[in-house]
Design a protein around this ligand. Structure first.
Ligand code: ADP
Length: 447
């Protein structure tokens, strides 16, 4: 097994990886910017290296400095976490060119799934159902004819898209050219690429994603689904495993489709295949070739440590279990505790004056904050993740209610008050919500 791993990330996910390494007897190297010298991931790692100034482009995305940090400390492998360099195929190439191991999928698969048109065409050929649409690039000249064929409303999406950017709906022919130009402008600004494609805009879907793991010996398993329908501006805020909308048979079916497709592809490592789900049918939207923020809910219901498996797989070890050994037990919910206003989601960086985490059976709190910690304004606003697990969804909601009431994060605004309301909402209690539910709810509150 690796003796030393460098974690090319910060915040709660850096801690998550450090924890897995510690339990595996692997030494850890943290990297940090000058703004993060007193961050928790730096304190908990065995060694740390400052890789640059606060701006991520000069620190957490600074490839030469990160490679140099490995060389100085003798780290043999890099875990990229999520965000930053985790889906950067060029980085994965550079890592292996330096004789180091990238803990993640093969660069060709990162590249393939990073381009949404290529991804969609690839998975379609592998038997995964996709959203009806252009299946390829859309030119301004072809757009009207294509939209008519697909049927309005249609969604214009950036092929380089991510984080919900470069995505615009056209309800009818009159809105099409404005939606196209807006999506292109946004995509060009965010990704330097204004290529767009077109999909049927589904009216009331749920977002359901399948977690997969694949080892270097051809074995692929799935860890069931996560329902991430509660979103604001296409950003997930609350995630569940399993989905209140799926039964065990549907889970086995879609899980089987995903594992067979990735077997054919020769995929390696952890990944998530994301779908929209409407009227009993799945429609692929994208694949994430990395660990995801919401991975703990799958860990809760399967008992499998996904980060540990990523590290073992990167080393070349065979997975110690098969699909038939994976048992789904109970229900889990994650709430993203962001340093933001709970209703407008305006960032609220600052100093944490009070901090108390909930405990008890089935409660997990993953974060990198502490009392007296100053949240820097340079990075994303995720301050922690509250994950609760119980025998069934009802008990899980009751446990979540109690855990949220125990949680104290003082000195900054957080999303805790929003979750305290959501957990008491009849639609949420009944599991009756689509990807539009949260925005409508916020609008009904006057936001
Ligand atoms: P990104 O990579 O920017 O997050 P995704 O393709 O994953 O983009 O889509 C993000 C979210 O946008 C989905 O979870 C869903 O809420 C919405 N969305 C994407 N495609 C469609 C579609 N065809 N119809 C309706 N909503 C969609």
């Amino acid at each position: 097994m690796f003796e030393k791993i460098l974690i090319a990330n910060r915040g709660e996910i850096a801690l998550r990886v450090i924890r897995a390494c510690k339990e595996m007897g692997i030494s850890t190297v943290a990297i940090h910017s000058t703004a993060d010298s007193d961050a928790m991931h730096v304190r908990l790692a065995d060694e740390s290296v400052c890789v640059g100034p606060p701006a991520a482009a000069q620190s957490y995305l600074n490839i030469p400095s990160i490679i140099a940090a490995c060389e100085i400390t003798g780290a043999e492998a890099i875990h990229p976490g999520y965000g930053f360099l985790s889906e950067n195929a060029k980085f994965a190439d550079i890592v292996s060119e330096h004789g180091l191991t990238f803990i993640g999928p093969r660069p060709e698969h990162i590249r393939m799934m990073g381009d949404k048109i290529t991804a969609k065409q690839t998975v379609k050929a592998l038997g995964i159902p996709t959203v009806p649409g252009s299946d390829g690039e859309v030119s301004d000249a072809d757009a009207a004819r294509m939209a008519k064929e697909i049927g309005y409303p249609v969604l214009i999406k950036a092929t380089a898209g991510g984080g919900g950017r470069g995505m615009k709906v056209a309800q009818n022919a009159g809105e099409l050219s404005f939606a196209l130009s807006q999506a292109r402008t946004e995509a060009k600004a965010a990704f330097g690429n204004d290529t767009v494609y077109m999909e049927k805009y589904l009216q009331r879907p749920r977002h359901i994603e399948i977690q997969v793991l694949a080892d270097a010996h051809g074995k692929v398993v799935h860890l069931g689904e996560r329902d991430c329908s509660l979103q604001r501006r296409h950003q997930k805020v609350w995630e569940e495993a399993g989905s209140p909308a799926l039964n065990a048979q549907e889970r086995d079916e879609i899980g089987g489709i995903c594992t067979r497709a990735l077997e054919k592809l020769g995929y390696l490592g952890a990944g998530t295949i994301e779908f929209l789900y409407e009227d009993g049918r799945f429609y692929f939207i994208e694949m994430n070739t990395r660990l995801q923020v919401e991975h703990p809910v799958s860990e809760a219901i399967t008992g499998i440590d996904i980060v540990r498996e990523q590290i073992r797989i990167a080393w070349g070890a065979p997975m110690g279990f098969s699909q038939k050994d994976i048992v789904f037990e109970g229900h889990a919910i994650e709430c993203r505790i962001n340093a933001e206003n709970p209703f407008t989601f305006r960032p609220s960086p600052g100093t944490i004056t009070q901090f108390h985490t909930p405990g008890g059976l089935g409660v997990r709190f993953d974060s990198a904050i502490y009392s007296g910690y100053k949240i820097p304004p340079y990075y994303d606003s995720l301050a922690g993740k509250l994950i609760v697990h119980a025998k069934n969804r009802n008990e899980c909601l009751l446990r979540l209610r109690r855990a949220l009431d125990e949680l104290v994060v003082g000195g900054i605004e957080t999303t805790i008050p929003l979750f305290q309301k959501l957990v008491r909402e009849p639609d949420i209690i009944n599991g009756d919500y689509s990807i539009h539910w949260l925005e409508k709810y916020l609008a009904s509150l006057g936001y």
